[in-house]
Design a protein around this ligand. Structure first.
Ligand code: KG4
Ligand code: ZN
Length: 388
């Protein structure tokens, strides 16, 4: 193989597989399991080499009602519910896909980062399935699941710029390969989803807060309340959202003190103002991250968003506008694949499997697991679990 040949992705892959002794089946069918926060999920994804992937099934059992009385996810309750629901979710995913375990090439499972009890429940379940069926086991980074979603849904080629924005995470990553990410920046405190959830709580709206705030904001006046756009005055791609939450608390208390309570319109105006502030910050920081990315990768102008907050229509539209204005292809997954699901885990497992990666029974559950191993950790561990 000449040096030039080896530089093409196909040749690299052949060389890598040869070096690792791995075989690459033409068609792969992967079972994925996800249980790192408050959704128990199982899915089956199939891909024939060189063709778009197919999601044969994607089952998500939420736990919203179990945590509703606590104002947030209670890790012990979540872990117990995952233990109860994982088996059923796997059975349902296999049945809906019309396959049995013997048709599966490998079992992929979220091995972190996340709430440790839930991650452990998933890893133990996957190990049991792997041991019982003799199928290979693949540990998947939950963040890689989100970050690789545009390849599952839109067949996006590497490299691309990814904004991963969810309840526990907010970071700009350059995706170079299934296991190779470079972080350009991220939040220095709360994740935007967390801020949406807190906003909902402060305004007496249901959890998860993102969809509730987005719904309420529809009837709101964006400019009635002036919310800050944190860190826009500083260079770089880092973000901050905890000040926004404090601003919302002050605004709410101001209105309550003045009028004795909140009207529907007050709530709608606050939601609209808050959502606009988050959207503006994400848009402006995306513009900056794209400039940095395009400087190094002018030949591959692609920008993708993933994670629960990517389900927000205003934010999607704002990001798309930034990409359009810079001549960059924009990709956002369908709403069901923005929030946590196991199709993204099965897909990330499939990508790792094709590269020859396998785990064994020593696979451990990791509360923290940054995607970019070289960048220093940015955040502490919040209520929604460990962040990277
Ligand atoms: O990706 P995800 O399901 O879980 C994590 O890995 O965190 O994201 C959940 C987060 C929650 O904080 C939820 O409020 C937020 O995503 N979210 C939204 C919307 N839908 C979900 N935030 C804003 N607008 C939405 N429509
Ligand atoms: Zn997630």
């Amino acid at each position: 193989m000449s040096g030039i040949e080896r530089d093409t992705p196909e040749c690299y892959l052949r060389h890598h597989l040869h070096a690792t002794g791995a075989t690459m089946a033409h068609t792969l069918t992967i079972l994925g399991l996800e249980s790192s926060c408050d959704d128990t999920a199982a899915a089956v994804v199939r891909q024939t080499n060189g063709a778009p992937a197919q999601i044969l099934s994607s089952v998500v059992a939420g736990q919203t009602e179990l945590h509703a009385g606590f104002g947030g996810v209670v890790p012990e309750i979540a872990a117990r519910a995952h233990t109860e629901k994982l088996d059923h979710s796997v059975e349902a995913a296999l049945a809906l896909a019309g396959v049995t375990l013997s048709d599966i090439d490998a079992i992929a499972v979220t091995a972190g980062p996340g709430l440790i009890g839930g991650v452990l429940a998933g890893v133990m379940c996957a190990k049991g399935l792997a041991a019982g069926s003799g199928k290979p086991l693949i540990g998947v980074n939950h963040l890689a699941g989100h970050a690789l979603t545009p390849r599952l849904t839109d067949d996006l080629a590497f490299p691309y710029l990814m904004l991963l924005v969810s309840g526990g995470h907010c970071q700009f990553l350059i995706a170079h390969g299934p296991d190779h990410f470079t972080r350009l920046g991220g939040t220095i405190d709360d994740a935007p989803g967390e801020a949406f959830d807190k906003t909902a709580k402060l305004l007496g709206l249901p959890q998860p807060g993102g969809p509730a705030v987005e719904r309420t904001a529809k009837a709101g006046e964006v400019n009635r309340f002036a919310f800050p756009r944190p860190l826009l005055d500083r260079p770089g791609c880092d973000m901050s959202f905890s000040g926004l939450k404090t601003a919302l608390l002050r605004t709410r208390d101001g209105v309550v003190a003045e009028k004795g309570g909140l009207s529907e319109q007050d709530r709608a105006d606050m939601c609209a103002g808050f959502q606009a502030a988050v959207s503006d910050v994400l848009a402006e920081k995306s513009r900056r991250a794209l400039s940095v990315y395009l400087n190094d990768h002018p030949q591959t102008p692609a920008f993708a968003v993933a994670g629960g907050v990517a389900a927000n229509q205003r934010i999607r539209a704002a990001l798309e506008q930034v990409a359009d204005s810079m001549g960059v292809r924009f990709t956002a997954p369908p709403l069901a694949l923005c929030t946590d699901n196991a199709a993204m885990i099965a897909w990330a497992g499939l990508e790792r499997f094709r590269l020859g990666h396998r785990d064994d029974m020593t696979l451990s559950a990791r509360p923290r697991w940054p995607l970019d191993k070289l960048s220093p950790t940015m955040l502490g561990s919040g209520k929604r679990g460990a962040k990277a």
